[in-house]
Design a protein around this ligand. Structure first.
Ligand code: ADP
Length: 266
């Protein structure tokens, strides 16, 4: 049973949302969703009101990353309109395509359906007051990206990449898309994920297995901010798998990395 709202005349849902920020990546698997989930939690920890829209239609991972796969949002009536009440977890208001569809069938969605679903979540959610609405986009530069920039007044976009050349090359395409004359969404900065590997038993050692500071160099070249560098740490992966993002533990080294990222974004 889908609960998408149709034919909303005006995005009532967004009246009290201060900043809408897209989290994007050129390539899949670089940790975009991991960054988006931890950034959302970290912003909430800093006291901001945060919403997160999981628009990664082809692989919605937020229900798992937030440990709420069984949640099913219900409808509320607000000002004579039916809106979707987001699921609230760890202080973050969450809507994911994963709440509405069987994850196995999401992969066969056509572009327009996917774009419509995104619009329904953004404009049809009962977000109320938010300082930040983060939108976790699918990787790449597709129809859904165009729909988003055409229908939602984005404050800016964050681009996530690993330091590896192939990931950076695709990140450039993403940056160029946002900065293109027809789109003109400010790129707030880059996040370098998987910057180095640190084994648990050697906490002071850094191994630059995807190359050193690739995203930092790209940020310098493009005149963009490097918003954060996130190491590869087993607990970051486990936090995603277990539904408890590492940013919940602000005393941990990994938690701090995301808190610092959140400070730079805010
Ligand atoms: P994307 O959204 O770009 O496809 P994900 O966030 O799903 O990428 O991450 C891909 C995989 O890498 C996941 O298994 C995730 O747990 C893991 N991962 C991402 N970032 C890190 C990190 N910094 N340290 C350890 N594992 C990570």
């Amino acid at each position: 049973e889908t609960v998408f709202v149709h034919d909303l005349e005006k995005p009532l849902a967004l009246e009290k949302v201060k900043h809408i920020v897209a989290v994007s990546s050129g390539k899949g698997g670089v940790g975009k969703s991991t960054v988006a989930s931890n950034l959302a939690v970290a912003l909430a920890k800093l006291g901001y009101k945060v919403g997160l829209v999981d628009a990664d239609i082809y692989g919605p991972s937020m229900p798992k990353m937030f440990g709420c796969e069984d949640a099913s949002p219900y409808m509320v009536e607000v000002g004579g309109k039916e809106l979707i009440e987001p699921v609230v977890k760890y202080g973050v208001k969450l809507l994911s395509i994963g709440f509405f569809v069987d994850p196995d069938s999401a992969t066969v969605w056509r572009g327009p359906m996917a774009s419509n679903a995104l619009k329904q979540m953004v404009e049809g959610g009962f977000w109320d007051e938010l300082d930040f609405m983060l939108i976790d986009l699918p990787p790449g530069t597709s129809d859904i990206h165009l729909t988003l920039v055409q229908t939602v007044a984005l404050s800016g976009a964050i681009v996530v990449s690993t330091p590896q050349q192939v990931a950076l090359a695709d990140a450039v395409k993403g940056i160029n898309m946002f900065e293109s004359p027809g789109i003109q969404v400010p790129v707030l900065g880059l996040v370098e994920n998987m910057s180095w590997f640190t084994p648990a038993e050697l906490p002071d050692n850094k191994y630059y297995i995807f190359g050193k500071e690739g995203a930092k160099k790209l940020a310098d070249e493009k005149g963009l901010r490097l918003l954060g560098q996130i190491p590869i740490v087993q607990s970051i992966m486990e936090g995603g798998e277990n539904g408890s993002p590492v940013a919940l533990d602000e005393d941990s080294v990994t938690g701090q990395a995301f808190i610092e990222l959140a400070r730079n974004v805010a």
